[in-house]
Write a protein that binds this ligand. Sequence first.
Ligand code: 5GP
Length: 345
Amino acid sequence: MFLESDIKLGFSDVLIRPKRSNLKSRSQVDLQRHFKFLHSRHEWTGVPVIAANMDTTGTFEVADRLASHEMLTAIHKHYSIAEWDAYLASRNDDIYPRIMVSTGTSEADFEKVSAILGKHPKLEFICIDVANGYAESFVEFVAKMREAYAEKTIVAGNVVTGEMVEELLLSGADIVKVGIGPGSVCTTRVKAGVGYPQLSAVIECADAAHGLGGRIISDGGCTCPGDVAKAFGGGADFVMLGGMFAGHDECGGQLLERGGRQFKLFYGMSSTTAMDKHAGGVASYRASEGKTVEVPYRGPIDETVRDVLGGVRSACTYVGASALKELTKRTTFIRVQEQENRIFG
Ligand code: 5GP
């Protein structure tokens, strides 16, 4: 047994220290990033916020709205090939840099994603997603994908430590997804006792990835626009959001009515709800590692997008970063024991 005694930090353990700035307005902040990916050599320009590939947030409807803000959506893996065909038949080429096709690592997953990519060769991003990115078989799957799809930009995760980020990048991933346990409907830390505070995971993994020319996505744990700013400040190239994008018109999940108020169902992809829906129930050897919650209905997603992007722009103006690209180098985190004033909730 080993014990690492330096403290690892989550978003709620820090604030960003303001710095002198000559920016006059948030409107002067450029949120676009431009990346050339390590293996695919593909060039991408956009606003690096991604809707999570969950049933509820990784929908075609969410993708259409986020694309209009130059943001990305990782489309969940449960759409049929026919649904993909129908969706892409009615969209123009502008959609391809704005969506990722998600896959698990089974033989059936490989065949399905290959069929989708075969029919729609303009798809640029593949998101290989497993709860635990530490398995040797996962690394082998990433390498197999890279061999099959030299020109696709491959996202692989999730992991939380630098050495595994390096292994995935060296095995063919362009972008590594970082986060184990921070998610709004995740119970891994409770069920398995495993995890890593998200801000420290981002700081350490970004350092490892950037050393090799790779990129990272901070996935999970953002509860407010300030957390998104902290993730970027910590070195994340992209930030993925589930709970913050839940509850909107464009989301999947049932709309419910209770006591005159409306709610939308939101659930983890390892929850009993998801496993009942997609895998015929929770297998006897495992525990569900996700929650099912009812999120107050929030209307169109555009308002939330504006709130998130406005928050990140604001963070940039407080530290004098005229572009999102500069936020990390202008960020000094201070460790704190308080966040917002809760007197009014
Ligand atoms: P959020 O933005 O809601 O805090 O986190 C979203 C992320 O939580 C997803 O992108 C995914 O990585 C993770 N996640 C989604 N469903 C589950 C689940 O059922 N269990 C666990 N452990 N993580 C989940």
